[in-house]
Design a protein around this ligand. Sequence first.
Ligand SMILES: [Zn+2]
Length: 239
Amino acid sequence: MIPDSPVPVPVVADPATPLEWSTSAVPGRLIADDRVPSNASWSAVVAAGDVLTIVDVGGNQSADFLVYDAHDTAHRYSAPETLVAQGNAYLREGSVLLSNESLPLMTVLVNEIDRHDTIGGACSKESNTLRYGHHVAFQHACRENFLTEGAAHGLGARDIVSNINWFMNVPVEADGSLGIVDGMSAPGKRVALRAERDVLVIVSNCPQMNNPCNGFNPTPLHMITVDPRQATGIEETTP
Ligand SMILES: [Zn+2]
């Protein structure tokens, strides 16, 4: 039970899962503090210079993530531009999330796990059916979350581009093959992103239960935005 939670207490597949809500990874004046229940979607505009911390509250939970220029959503995240510019397949501290015009949208300021994925894509009921069988066609998936949350900002199916999977482990093997495996993150681990312009962020708290990307136990996320230019110490977020 989470006391004084601003949202309904999340339902996790295993109620014995330890949850570590953590705090902002950088000091600053608190702008927003949202708890995203397991399986749910979330979105917000993060102003230029503000820092968004994403907390993997229960561990091994993929935060499927899209980011757009808040003032022109046709200007949006590009996985290939980002990977080519940094010359590496993984997102780590210092990675700059580039747009389809090769302009910076956000920068990874703090990273508490080794690496994050931007190759594996988002789950959908269509891909679930192909991979796991027609009996899973009813399951909620990230694409449905992106479409639902995007609709609130005037976005449709053609605006859902290749995404980032924070806390998801997709190793590129020596022979070039991709895996989706468990075991990189842990409860309370964080990644913090500085907005390089005003950006719209859309997140799907991945509901996938058919592969290990969420440890077969979808858990909540904690989204904390601060203005580090008004830092007086790390403010306490809700308990
Ligand atoms: Zn998913």
